[in-house]
Design a protein around this ligand. Sequence first.
Ligand code: AMP
Ligand code: MG
Length: 429
Amino acid sequence: MLTARKAISVGEAIGKIMSDIRLGDVERMPLNKANGRYLAEGIVANQDVPAFDRSLYDGYAIKAEDTITAAKESPIEFEVVGHIGAGSVFRGEVKKNQAVRIMTGAEMPKSCNAIVMLEHVEEIEKEGKHIIAIHKQIPVNEKVFKKGTEIKEGTLIIKEGARINPGIVGLLATFGYSEVLVGVKPKVGVLATGSELLEVEEPLVPGKIRNSNSYMLMAQIEKLGAEPVYLGKLEDDLEKSYTEIVRALKEVDVLITTGGVSVGDFDYLPEIYNRLDAEVLFNKIAMRPGSVTTVAKLGHQYLFGLSGNPSASFIGFELFVRPVLKTLLGNDQPYLITHKANLTEDFPVPNAFTQLIRTKVKVEGTNVLVSSNGLNISSSITSLVGADALIVLPPSESGYEKGSLIDVLLLSDEGQEECFFIGGVEIEE
Ligand code: AMP
Ligand code: MG
């Protein structure tokens, strides 16, 4: 018999989930497979960038001091004594009033200290000699990318825990990292419960719906960089469900179930946690949608019991599963980024629970404006399409008026270190 559930705040729920979390394992990954993974080591520059003085343009390398008196009316002539492209090095000596024709990226000849761009010289052919004339004074280091100006050897360039993106891949290649240490992707099982569920490819029959949550959740897991494992769907049958969940727990690091976690006649998850002897961290949260969201642990293995309602399930993932997966992956900014915004719609209904409303953020000048993105009920699926943030409306007896300044949580890939809900922002029920 299920005893009455005690609702805790979103902040408390996240606090409980994150209080005893163990980091995941790490593995070496070849650079060409590392995009999207989380670095498990800080990257320190093992050389200067550039590693040598380089020409920034196609032009002529000269000694700047030779151009001191150069002017439109009194150009100075230089004899071209060499010609190098990127990758080549001019080893000769460049004497007074001599120049080396040099292409972008090539190393500066040792005795030169400035570049004149091709477009800024006059080419002269004199007695078979290649001569150029320069019409203005050129400052020292003009158009030279000096050794170490971008990055000095020994600088920490990427912090441990950063998610590798194409720019980081380029940087790692620059420093010669052909492989890097990354967090192992946790295997996250997704198991849908409900006798009403059909597979995606099955035609609709009376009373049934398709299992959309599993596919949505797998996409959310994948987006974070973890490994989704599709575990199918379960009928509302206690014995079968228990057996399947025991089997699933052997296969995955984290198990997400959707549905069956409420107090309905066929909601068997509470009894299954009981049989598993799992530690139920909480089974009711003062939030809508998703108040029945339950999180349990078996040792260090997490069992997320998300509501079956699509929006509740989506939001439950973003609030509770996301920080766990990101932390397991080694990232230290696991929470959704918060931003202030103004409501462009009234939310007059009083609510004892924190409401989370799907929204699409609009920026008008310096104002960030938000309103409900489509149907604001927990079973809505269309409201998730195009939603890029969640409006947070803390409990209120009077509701919220259009124009109120409120907080939104951005559904972006980036994250923040602090959890918005922890630290007194939330009003307790
Ligand atoms: P439950 O949490 O099991 O009470 O389910 C709540 C609502 O979500 C019910 O209307 C279910 O039919 C629906 N639902 C449950 N599981 C899924 C799923 N995997 N995909 C889409 N809707 C679901
Ligand atoms: Mg159900």
